[in-house]
Design a protein. Structure first.
Length: 284
């Protein structure tokens, strides 16, 4: 936060680093949040390709120097940025990924608001007791979701196309969990599953015809399907689950909740869900 003189209101320099960023919804979300809070500020995009670490270093130095107050981090820097920060919250450390950077003086602190954002949205969609959750995929988002659910008492099964990746995730984040091979999921085993989370990019535009759910499998009847993909709002997975009578929702809610938590961390103001949803809808 920059203030030129005590009489001037603070101006928040915020932004997003990742690549590519052209279709990001974050500027609309955070600008709406600034507006709702009545705060002066900007939200800029810093597109930095995967291997341009010098530029990432430079950006973080600008933040240490006080030119930037808050940064969101997205693919491909969520993991690579860890080593460049001064402190990590226990959540970011456990997940092994950072999606939000805040500054205390010259100290850069890495947070992960994906985990709490997912949980907040799951509760908004459906307040259900903990049971067995099947997480599809074992990348960064799967790690955040697994961490959040595990902390809330869920039993975690992780199904990935590379079983060693599922095994590693389970060992590191939910040691009592069960690693599975995505292609080898068996219907009888899945009857007890209460929550299915898609944490793969399958179904995301432009490949909207794809689904992570194996075509030969029925959905467990008592389950809720939560697809982290938010573009399109209704993925193939959501469509097939609903057609089978299984409730399903997309990842826009999580995107909104993680943004609200990041914005609150930077400014002390928690934007409302409705304001942020309205900002996204205007972009559609
Ligand atoms: P990531 O780190 O690249 O992980 C993707 C995972 O999906 C990996 O396990 C990957 O396996 C697997 N996968 C990729 N293509 C696959 C395929 N064809 N078949 C089976 N598995 C496949 O990505 P991420 O950051 O976790 O993001 C995953 C998705 O979540 C993205 O669509 C992202 O937009 C979404 N997301 C949404 C939110 C939200 O707020 N709603 C937040 C974060 C992420 P391999 O390692 O073998 O490729």
């Amino acid at each position: 936060m920059s203030a030129n003189s005590p009489a001037q209101p603070p101006f928040f320099h915020l932004g997003l680093v990742g690549y590519p960023l052209a279709h990001s919804l974050s500027p609309a979300l955070h600008r709406a949040a600034l507006n709702e809070a009545g705060l002066q500020g900007e939200y800029r995009l810093f597109p930095i390709p995967p291997h341009e670490t010098d530029r990432l270093h430079l950006l973080l130095q600008q933040m240490r120097d006080g030119e930037i107050d808050g940064l969101n981090v997205t693919i491909p820097h969520k993991q690579s940025v860890l080593a460049l920060l001064d402190e990590l919250t226990p959540t970011a450390q456990a997940i092994g990924a950072v999606n939000t950077i805040a500054r205390r003086g010259k100290v850069l602190i890495g947070h992960n608001t994906d985990a709490a954002g997912f949980l907040a949205d799951l509760q908004r969609v459906c307040a259900m007791p903990a049971g067995i959750a099947l997480v599809l995929g074992a990348g960064g988002a799967a790690r955040a979701v697994t961490f959040a659910l595990h902390q809330s008492g869920w039993q975690i099964w992780v199904a990935a196309r590379r079983s060693e990746q599922a095994q590693q995730l389970v060992e590191q984040i939910a040691p009592e969990g069960r690693p599975l091979q995505l292609q080898a999921l068996a219907e009888t085993e899945l009857r007890a599953v209460r929550l299915i989370v898609n944490a793969t990019p399958l179904g995301m535009a432009p490949q909207i015809e794809q689904s992570p759910w194996p075509a030969h499998l029925s959905f467990p009847k008592q389950a809720l399907v939560y697809d982290l993909v938010y573009n399109p709002a209704e993925t193939k997975l959501i469509q097939t689950a609903r057609a089978a009578g299984v409730p399903a929702c997309g990842g826009l809610g999580m995107l909104i909740q993680q943004a609200a938590l990041a914005f609150e961390m930077w400014t002390g103001f928690r934007p409302t869900y409705e304001t942020l949803l309205g900002a996204v809808k205007q972009k559609e």
